[in-house]
Write a protein that binds this ligand. Structure first.
Ligand code: HEC
Length: 97
């Protein structure tokens, strides 16, 4: 019985860890980015694949976009979330095809 409880506790903490380490795809969904953006189609904002193409050869893209989204400069909304979430979201955007 004790062993069973231990197994459950360990399984539980793994599940919690998985929720914490969100993928970029989950972040853009959870933060409402997809209300204005789509991976392939221009909506209110440009398609993520077009953003990826625009920044393809820009090594500083992650930093530039991170600053824009954090300060809400050159972007209609400010990113409300952790740095890790923003990083994951931008990696997702910049790898869109
Ligand atoms: C209210 C609508 C709206 C929401 C919500 C929104 N965006 Fe945007 N986004 C835009 C518009 C409009 C632009 C184009 C801005 C411009 O180039 O002037 C844009 C541009 C961008 C760009 C490209 C900026 C550039 O320099 O080319 C990125 C990256 C981006 N958005 C990411 C995100 C992420 C990540 C989220 C979610 C946290 C998000 N957006 C939520 C409207 C939105």
């Amino acid at each position: 019985m004790k062993a069973m409880l231990l197994v459950l506790a360990v399984a539980g903490s793994f599940a919690a860890g998985a929720v914490h380490a969100q993928s970029g795809a989950d972040v853009v969904k959870a933060k409402g980015c997809l209300g204005c953006h789509d991976v392939a189609v221009k909506k209110v904002g440009p398609a993520y694949k077009d953003i990826a193409a625009k920044y393809k050869s820009d090594k500083g893209a992650q930093a530039t976009l991170s600053a824009k989204l954090k300060e809400g400069k050159g972007h209609p909304v400010k990113f409300a979330g952790s740095d890790a979430e923003l990083k994951a979201a931008l990696e997702y955007v910049l790898s869109s095809k």
